[in-house]
Design a protein around this ligand. Structure first.
Ligand SMILES: [Zn+2]
Ligand SMILES: [Zn+2]
Length: 123
């Protein structure tokens, strides 16, 4: 009973998944986990902002860009993390739905489903 409970416990943070692999099975909950990296950038000057996850959303650590003072930001997915970006990037451990491998829309637990980068105003 306890094992079954743990298996379906959605609060698992998959903390044993190493950040340097693309995919791995979580030893705590058995889910297939994909490490997804995201970078937060200023929409004005494009500088990288240090980000973190709050309430399931990726947001910059500071309210304003340290380079230009802008308040707007975008979040971009990066395929491969590199050494330079790792201090800025946000790691999302997303659960992969393995029962529907052939369907591309089978990703679950995507942490920012409603995020839409705001368009820059044209002047
Ligand atoms: Zn887990
Ligand atoms: Zn900026």
């Amino acid at each position: 009973m306890l094992m079954e409970f743990l298996k379906f416990n959605k609060t698992c943070s998959h903390s044993k998944i190493s950040p340097d692999v693309d995919f791995a099975y979580c030893p705590d909950c058995g889910e297939l986990i994909e490490n997804q990296w995201y970078l937060v950038r200023c929409t004005c000057c494009g500088v990288k902002l240090k980000g973190f996850i709050k309430n399931g959303k990726i947001i910059p650590e500071k309210n304003y860009c340290h380079n230009c003072g802008n308040h707007e930001f975008t979040v971009e997915r990066i395929d491969k993390i590199n050494f330079i970006d790792i201090s800025y990037a946000v790691l999302v451990k997303a659960t992969v739905e393995t029962s529907q491998k052939d369907v591309i829309q089978s990703w679950v637990d995507f942490k920012t489903p409603n995020y839409r980068p705001r368009l820059l105003q044209q002047f």
